[in-house]
Write a new protein. Structure first.
Length: 94
């Protein structure tokens, strides 16, 4: 398994949101840029869903799997934030 990762931007303070991309493949990875249409979207902080500037669901499509760290049910998050594709929620904050 080959991986290639990229963190975009720099945090100006501790706890600042960041955006990171990781590609996984059995073949050599030549592209290391931003992933415009992710197959998997992992959201570690549910408050980012409300942040229009972060726009963390941009580029998701019907085939995207979104995993959200929240105490809410997946159906609630999907409906509230119009999440496309499949969604799963886990509460791993505490």
């Amino acid at each position: 398994m080959k991986t290639a990762s990229r963190i975009v931007g720099t945090a100006s303070f501790m706890g600042a949101p960041i955006m990171a991309f990781t590609r996984l493949s059995n073949n050599p990875i030549l592209e290391r840029g931003i992933i415009a249409n992710p197959d998997i979207n992992i959201i570690a902080d549910e408050t980012l869903l409300k942040d229009n500037a972060a726009n963390i669901l941009q580029g998701t499509w019907g085939g995207t799997i979104t995993l959200v760290n929240t105490h809410y049910a997946a159906s609630h998050v999907k409906e509230t934030y119009q999440v496309r594709g499949k969604i799963a929620t886990v509460d791993i904050t505490d």
